[in-house]
Design a protein around this ligand. Structure first.
Ligand code: ADP
Ligand code: K
Length: 445
């Protein structure tokens, strides 16, 4: 264990620590963040009403839309000049969700990653092949500094260019890899295709997250890469990856939530009422130690259950696999996507109508997104396309071909994902759903 004292702290001591931290957090937020001051007043509560962690359910939820409304820095408890780093996650529309850290927050981020990597089997002196995306997302850089803190050396390769990934895995003999489960499948698939035997690699552990996966995928990756694979879970709003981690000695038995920093609850999707351990509902987190941007009862929309595992090596609560989402967020190759982000891009184009539909499929291990969008009647008239045009016209007609390219480029630039655009004449996208156009067709499962 990286921090045995904390990771095995008896529950009553954990509760005491959580209570102290929550009370302090609530008082700071009431004083420093107008959003929370108003929310407390609206719910008729005062900081003094929170006397222990048991009172947490009295507090209001915080939603992703609240972060959007306070964009970019409305949730800060301190001046921007006190920040040490700023990351982003996908917002529900054109604006990203901003998350900010002080130096101390970054230390905590590294601490929980160090605990997580250690629980996954990694040891000081090992090499971490870090194929999480570097950049604005929390995954790459977050794992990086946590691994350095625990004494690993890091290969900051980031995602993509699979041939190069394989070459460096062979040449550097890294023991640990971290990436999304689907990218681990891609690497395993390539190894097999190129006929590279596992004896050429030195991988022992894979730390996988950022998207849902199953035990069947685990089995495939363990065989294909010769590793023991464990789950890492997290979200930018709470800190990034490392909110919870599965132990390599307790595979399939849930992921430990580092609850001295992140206090979890499960609530009913319809009523918002807290649910007992073992029951499935929406996961909600309160950050207990964050300085720059602490959040109270952040509604993740992730569906899962919580439980204590008396046979586990650690005392912290565990979460089961994520069973789905309570909202319509899609996760494409580890990247969050809301259909409203695509809608936001379309809004700027007079050539388009308001009708569009995202279709998600999986070919092999790769997620693919195609968006169908109807052109406007005015555009069809102005370009003499008339009421109908065919799929072939989309490549042969200059106006349609140019528009398609423009849209694909704009989506890539604004959202960061490659999405294929298909144009349809006004009214031509097939409707299901009693004549209503579903915005998203997820055909992956
Ligand atoms: P990250 O880069 O760590 O995935 P984001 O904030 O971009 O952080 O995305 C967070 C969301 O990704 C979570 O709310 C959840 O829906 C999904 N996610 C992250 N890790 C996992 C995991 N291990 N299993 C299932 N879903 C996950
Ligand atoms: K994600």
């Amino acid at each position: 264990m990286y921090n045995k004292k904390i990771e095995t702290l008896p529950i009553d001591e954990l509760r005491k620590l959580q209570s102290e931290r929550l009370i302090k957090q609530v008082n700071t937020l009431y004083k420093k963040v107008p959003f929370y001051q108003k929310a407390f007043q609206k719910h008729n509560i005062e900081p003094a009403d929170i006397r222990s962690i048991e009172d947490i359910h009295k507090l209001p939820f915080t939603y992703k839309t609240d972060l959007r409304d306070q964009y970019p820095f409305g949730f800060l408890t301190l001046p921007e000049s006190d920040l040490a780093r700023i990351h982003c996650s996908s917002g529900t529309t054109g604006k990203p969700t901003v998350v900010a850290y002080t130096k101390n927050d970054l230390d905590i981020f590294s601490e929980v990653i160090a605990r997580s990597l250690t629980a996954a089997g990694a040891k000081p002196g090992m090499k971490l092949h870090n194929a999480y995306g570097y950049g604005l997302f929390t995954g790459g850089i977050g794992m990086h500094y946590g691994a350095e803190k625990m004494g690993m050396s890091v290969i900051p390769i980031s995602g993509g260019m699979t041939d190069r990934q394989i070459r460096l895995l062979v040449d550097f003999q890294s023991e640990v890899i971290c990436c999304t489960p689907s990218y681990a499948q891609t690497i395993a698939f390539e190894l097999k295709k190129q006929g590279i035997p596992l004896s050429k690699l030195n991988l022992k552990y894979a730390v996988l997250g950022a998207e849902p996966w199953t035990d069947a995928i685990r089995a495939e990756i363990e065989e294909g890469l010769g590793v023991k694979a464990t789950n890492i879970y997290g979200l930018s709003e709470i800190i990034g990856p490392g909110v919870s981690q599965e132990s390599v000695n307790e595979q399939g038995k849930g992921s430990y939530i580092w609850e001295d920093h992140f206090y979890p609850e499960i609530v009913d999707k319809h009523t918002g009422k807290p649910l007992p351990h073992g029951e499935e509902g929406v996961l909600v987190f309160t950050t207990l130690t964050k300085e720059a941007m602490p959040l109270l009862r952040y509604y993740t929309n992730d569906i899962c259950s919580l439980y204590y595992d008396d046979s586990g090596e650690r005392t912290h609560v565990k979460m089961g696999q994520i069973k789905g989402r309570a909202d319509d967020m899609l996760i494409i190759r580890g990247v969050n996507l809301f259909h409203t982000q695509v809608e936001e891009v379309f809004k700027a184009f007079e050539e388009l109508s308001v009708n569009y539909q995202l279709e998600v499929t999986r070919k092999g291990v790769m997620d693919n997104v195609e968006v169908k969008v109807e052109t406007s009647e005015d555009f069809q008239k102005a370009t003499l396309l008339g009421e109908h045009y065919t799929k072939e016209d989309c490549t042969t007609n200059e106006n349609l071909a140019r528009l398609t390219k423009q849209l694909e480029r704009k989506i890539k630039n604004n959202i960061g994902l490659s999405i294929k655009v298909s144009l349809y004449p006004y009214g031509a996208i097939p409707k299901s759903n009693g004549g209503k156009l579903s915005r998203v067709l997820d055909l992956r499962n």
